[in-house]
Design a protein around this ligand. Structure first.
Ligand code: SPQ
Length: 427
């Protein structure tokens, strides 16, 4: 895939549904009683992996494109996958970690596997707390990664203090907590995205939240819901950046999820001088959304650290790319979690931005970007990381010369149609 400098970006865009909420809709729908209807479901490869895992456990799931119907079998209604007991989570960390919480409590055993990237991502972070709850879960190769062998067990409630602010760790434990024999709670250093808590509440679970702690009571049954999935702010991020950076641009991004545990990118871009306004807001299925108007702006550097990090963790690659075009220095700290995503996003960002001529320095837990140096085209290895591929499609659309992205098709993980949307708005 090749990109050249665009002159400006104009028009309206409806980005695909939120990946995190789509996953959770299928998971909770599968273990609820009745039919859960999910509209604006993200048809990305990761979410299709979640559908495939639950279908293999006997859940009837009708996927008609925009709408997904999940015919749940109740809290104890999953069946051992047949003819083999292997569930393939593909590239999806969310599928892998969240499903472990559910599988730990079933009355069958499974092997969870995934692609080469997922087999390098740390799973000890869920193995340890789930084991403390009485789960029988182990890394098959003994390296703390997938494949994972899980034999269902009777679980006990725990109060877990997580060393990382991770919605996947929190959600895995809370889902296991539905099946435990007492209250389960998770306290994290900073609040991570709270879609699981919001959705559990709407499905009838007894869940309490306060500060950075969430607790759940054992459940007797969950009940099917209608879920309207808002557009994914992590996908909107690329058009927010492009709309700010390309001169004479104006883009209206419709129906974007603006849950406060996900909206850090809006705060940071505004703080950098970005012209971003809400044209309309609404609330559906407990998740707020807005139509967002973004206009070209002169950006200046900023410091991004602390509690805001989990609220923009997946947007940091495109924020870092945007910071190259800003006046002054941008410092990103407290973001070591970027190293354990689909790729080491600190290393890959620094390497690729440097190849384009940026002045950027890798640090232990982030990077320092000295903005204002013009970028030029380069050959970019996406390492098959969807966020990296999309980030450099935007950087390449702002840089002089030609940028070629290797492994560009990986955007289908979270944003099928991304290149078409970019081509439609770019002039
Ligand atoms: O699902 P996966 O592969 O982990 O996807 C990513 C992404 O960029 O799409 C991370 F690589 O998003 C995670 C996110 O980083 C999705 C997620 C969720 O839905 O709960 C939470 C975040 O991960 P974590 O580890 O901080 O909980």
């Amino acid at each position: 895939m090749k990109f050249r400098k665009i002159s400006h970006l104009k028009g309206e865009l409806r980005i695909p549904g939120d990946k995190s909420i789509s996953h959770r809709g299928v998971m909770l729908g599968s273990i609820a009683k009745g039919t859960t209807r999910i509209s604006n479901f993200l048809q990305g490869v990761d979410c299709l992996s979640t559908i495939s895992c639950f279908s293999r456990m006997g859940i009837e799931i009708e996927n008609s494109g925009d709408e997904v119907l999940v015919h749940g079998n109740g809290l104890r209604g999953l069946k051992k996958p047949f003819p083999d007991n292997i569930l393939d989570c593909g590239n999806s960390g969310t599928t892998t970690r969240l499903i472990c919480g559910i599988l730990a409590a079933q009355d069958f055993d499974v092997i969870l596997t995934g692609d080469a990237s997922i087999q390098k991502r740390p799973m000890k972070r869920i193995i340890d707390p789930l084991t403390a709850m009485g789960a029988d879960i182990s890394s098959v190769k003994g390296n703390g990664c997938s494949p994972l062998a899980i034999t269902g067990s009777q679980l006990h409630g725990i109060h877990y203090t997580s060393p990382v602010a991770s919605a996947q760790v929190k959600s895995s434990i809370l889902l296991a907590g539905l099946y435990a024999d007492g209250e389960t709670s998770v306290t994290e250093p900073y609040l991570s995205r709270n879609h699981t808590e919001l959705m559990l509440e709407s499905f009838g679970a007894q869940i309490k939240t306060g500060g950075t702690t969430a607790s759940v009571q054992p459940a007797k049954e969950l009940y099917a819901q209608d879920i309207r999935v808002p557009g994914d702010i992590s996908s909107a991020a690329f058009f927010l950046a492009a709309g700010l950076l390309a001169p004479n641009s104006e883009v209206l991004i419709k129906n974007v999820g603006i849950n406060p545990t996900r909206d850090g990118i809006l705060k940071v871009f505004r703080d950098m001088g970005g012209d971003i306004t809400f044209v309309d807001t609404c609330e559906g299925s407990g998740e707020p959304s807005a139509d967002i108007l973004v206009r070209s702006s002169s950006l200046h550097g900023t410091v991004i650290e602390g509690a805001i990090i989990p609220t923009l963790i997946d947007e940091l690659p495109v924020i870092a790319a945007a910071a190259c075009f800003a006046e002054g220095t941008t410092v990103i700290r407290d973001a070591a979690e970027l190293k354990v995503k689909e790729s080491n996003r600190i290393e890959v960002m620094v390497r690729n931005l440097t190849a384009m001529g940026a002045d950027v320095e890798e640090t232990e837990d982030g990077m320092i970007i000295r903005g204002g140096k013009p970028l030029h085209g380069a050959v970019i290895d996406s390492r098959l990381d969807h966020r990296i591929a999309m980030t450099f499609a935007i950087a390449g659309s702002m840089a002089d010369g030609e940028t070629e992205i290797l492994g560009a098709e990986c955007v289908n993980i979270s944003y099928p149609g991304f290149y078409e949307d970019l081509a439609r708005l770019a002039r």
